[in-house]
Design a binder for this molecule. Structure first.
Ligand code: WT7
Length: 650
């Protein structure tokens, strides 16, 4: 029998100083007096001009407005670098571990300062000003962090696009952000394989250009030394340019509500949305959560294995840890290269104390057995974290027992791109753990469960997860489309922010995220809108209609299952199936690769023409015994064909 509750161990209690009662007291205060609580916490970062107003937020329909510390001014890069120089100039800020185990680098706070200033000066030289959008398309190398911090130094807004996205996806984001400056690398390197970033970037710039978005500067970091095309006047080699600019650059004084970054994320409908985060509240919140959730202690090595292309990389590789003067590890590679011991070898090599990763990686490594873990020491580890998708209790227990030797608490952190920072999570030393539960809300966070009609559910219940009040790192808007912001997050349950997640609250008040309740799926911790995959499929000349759903996948969490109706007279072949998979990969990126494609002459629709996804989900799950009511279907016959040709027989 697995334990259902893991009690707090004495050795977990010795960090930040909060215990269970301390958490409860702080939490209560944060709700009773948000201005007092956040007014105090805001002091953990340096302000140029101190704020006098703390919280000014409204979730009221027609007037969604979120402002924190609005009259304060500050600079994020100065908070992440300059203010640490006196005490930590020679401390390592970033440890970089390359794809090849023989490759690593340590960058001190002093060096970070100089590199960021140089990059900032280069941006200025290329005409970048406050408020301009700079797009990053980078591998996991320190220059990615330099570029983010350089943008914040000059007051530019960065938009990081994950290096696995296609040229088309990158072009769409350049257009969406109206960005004329791009920072990339010659090639990326992952698992021994090269990724042609500059080649993709060239193509993206061409596509964006045709759509009216000119890119006039492409800064290129040399990573592999591979052959690339250089466009005179437009392309700038970083390794050359950095020698020509000063290593000092005064930080811009930014208002707390000036934008810091845009990050595109998928929703249930339409194109990916540019989630906009701002400066002051974001930094206060990510710094506070990084300290208390993980119990970060001075001098420790902290490692988050995410990519900087996702929000986890923004908040918990770069901004949170550096705001706290921490040592953050950046890993270029993958968990199974050169072999499945790699994570734990890196932990031993750099004496990592806190390790934060995704359930999909844990499940994949669990599948390789205990031996690759047990042959490493891992004795530096003190805390383990999980993020991105629900962690099943089996994976949780393996992580706790085998990786952490039952010494290290597992903090399962629930949050979203939109929330900027962790909202529901245990705090090391202050929260009893339950495998599979993200446990309790962070300070100032007010979760609420509602049924489909919006009725508030009290006590132990299962419902849709909302947040009834704002927290400092909440997204402020969708870049350029405030109406869509209100429509997407505040219209389902007026007066509340709706997360899109289903959730259960147990008798102890613990939260158990059950997964998305909208048409968003979570594939290996990557968020994918089914509508995006559908529109890619129907753009193929031989496809007439497509419907995409998620299904449970042992490693990925969810797999991508596509129902495709072909044009009249087109033969459904395995060749075509492969071609469609390739088509979607080219269009969006490898993370959107369909796992299953079922050719179906018809899709189950109501008489009004609405596709009944409930039925498609059941068939994809191979659970068609419980299809429910199919009497409203226009042609109930299609269901038999769908079942007969299902691609996922158990
Ligand atoms: C969605 C947000 C937060 C950074 C990474 C993903 C799911 C995230 C958990 C967790 C259960 C989780 C939710 C959420 N999710 N963390 N600990 N337990 N589900 O950010 O791409 O914006 O995705 O990921 O469904 O809504 P994202």
């Amino acid at each position: 029998m697995e334990p259902t509750v893991v009690d707090i161990k004495d050795e977990w209690k010795q960090g930040a100083g909060l215990d269970e009662a301390g958490y409860a007291a702080w939490y209560a205060q944060s709700l009773q007096d948000p201005d007092g609580f956040w007014g105090e916490q805001g002091k953990r970062i340096d302000w140029i001009k101190p704020y006098t107003r703390v919280k000014n937020t409204s979730f009221e329909p027609g007037n969604i407005s979120i402002k924190w510390y609005e009259d304060g001014t500050l600079n994020v890069s100065a908070n992440c670098i300059d203010r640490h120089l006196e005490k930590r100039g020679n401390q390592t800020a970033i440890i970089w571990e390359g794809d090849d185990p023989a490759d690593s680098r340590a960058i001190t706070y002093r060096e970070l300062y100089e590199e960021v200033c140089r990059m900032a000066n280069l941006l200025k030289e290329r005409g970048v000003k406050r408020g301009d959008r700079v797009t990053l398309y980078m591998p996991m190398i320190p220059e990615a962090a330099f570029a983010m911090l350089a943008c914040s130094r000059v007051g530019a807004i960065h938009s990081v696009v994950f290096g696995g996205f296609s040229p088309d996806a990158l072009a769409g984001r350049l257009e969406g952000a109206a960005s004329s400056v791009l920072i990339t690398a010659d090639e990326g390197l992952r698992g021994g394989r090269k990724i042609p970033l500059k080649k993709n970037a060239d193509r993206a710039v061409e596509i964006a250009g045709k759509a009216g978005q000119a890119v006039d500067t492409v800064i290129v970091v040399r990573r592999t030394g591979g052959d690339i095309n250089v466009v005179e006047g437009r392309d700038v080699w970083w390794h050359e340019a950095r020698l020509t600019v000063a290593a000092e650059c005064p930080p811009e004084e930014m208002s707390a509500e000036d934008p810091l970054f845009i990050l595109y994320t998928s929703g249930s409908t339409g194109k990916p949305k540019g989630v906009l985060h701002t400066t002051g509240g974001y930094l206060v919140y990510v710094s506070l959560t990084h300290q208390y959730v993980f119990d970060y202690r001075d001098g420790e090595v902290y490692w988050c294995s995410a990519d900087v292309g996702w929000v986890t990389g923004h908040s918990y590789i770069v901004y949170g840890p550096l705001a706290n003067g921490g040592t953050t590890l950046m890993f270029e590679g993958v968990p199974n290269y050169p072999d499945t011991s790699r994570f734990w070898q890196v932990v031993d090599k750099h004496k990592v104390s806190i390790f934060y990763t995704a359930p999909t990686a844990i499940r994949a490594l669990m599948g390789a057995g205990d031996e690759p873990v047990l042959k490493t020491s891992r004795k530096s580890l003190r805390v383990l974290g999980s993020v991105g998708e629900p962690i099943n209790p089996e994976a949780w227990n393996w992580y706790y027992r085998v990786v952490g030797q039952e010494r290290c608490p597992v903090v399962d952190t629930w949050w979203q791109t939109e929330t900027g920072g962790i909202l529901i999570s245990p705090l090391v030393g202050a929260t009893k753990l339950k495998p599979g539960s993200a446990t309790l809300p962070f300070f100032g966070v007010v979760p609420q469960l509602v049924d489909n009609e919006g009725k508030v559910l009290e006590g132990a219940a299962d419902g849709n997860l909302c947040l009834t009040d704002s927290w400092p790192s909440q997204m402020r808007t969708i870049f350029g489309d405030h109406d869509r912001f209100e429509q997407t997050y505040f219209s389902t349950y007026p007066g509340k922010y709706f997360t899109g997640d289903g959730c259960r609250r147990d008798e102890d008040g613990y939260y158990w995220i059950t997964g998305r309740v909208d048409d968003v799926i979570n594939v290996s911790g990557h968020r994918m809108g089914t509508a995006e995959v559908e529109s890619s499929l129907v753009a193929h000349p031989l496809v007439s209609e497509a419907a995409v759903v998620g299904y449970p996948h042992d490693i990925k969490g969810q797999g991508i299952y596509c129902y495709v109706t072909l044009m009249e007279g087109v033969e459904p072949t395995d060749e075509l199936r492969k071609e469609l998979v390739q088509h979607v990969r080219n269009d969006i990126g490898a993370i959107a690769s369909p796992d299953k494609i079922q050719f179906s002459p018809g899709l189950p629709k109501t008489r009004s023409g609405k596709i009944m996804r409930r039925i498609l989900r059941k068939i994809a799950e191979d659970d068609f015994g419980a299809l429910g009511d199919t009497s409203t279907l226009a042609d109930p016959g299609v269901v038999d064909d769908l079942i007969g040709n299902r691609q996922n027989r158990k």
